[in-house]
Unconditional design. Structure first.
Length: 113
């Protein structure tokens, strides 16, 4: 992305977090990654299965203006399938896309519903 991230203390751990300067770019790339994720899920047969989970997403660390502690922020959401197994099985193209754009995102399996 080219912007400079902010190093934050997160309860004794150093975290590199995105700032408001990167927010628009994160949203844009997050939406493209979400589309890739959805298309990969369809390509794999639009399967259902696994544990019914809410909140499945790709997340990054973000620190808002005037904040000292970073939070995990979702930039791509998996709202098209309830099961976590097909969601996690189809996420790789989205993660690879974000990585190619210099965005350090992680898959979050959500919570059991």
């Amino acid at each position: 992305m080219g912007e400079i991230m902010k190093t934050c203390d997160f309860y004794g751990e150093k975290i590199e977090a995105y700032t408001p300067k990167e927010l628009e770019s994160l949203k844009t790339h997050g939406k493209l990654a979400e589309d890739l994720w959805y298309h990969e899920w369809q390509k794999q047969g639009a399967q259902t299965g696994g544990t019914c989970c809410g909140g499945k997403a790709l997340r990054v660390w973000y620190v808002g203006k005037g904040k000292r502690k970073p939070v995990e922020m979702s930039i791509s959401r998996c709202n098209w399938v309830q099961g976590n197994t097909p969601a996690s099985a189809s996420v790789e193209p989205a993660l690879a896309y974000l990585k190619s754009k210099g965005i350090n995102a992680e898959y979050y399996d959500g919570w059991m519903d």
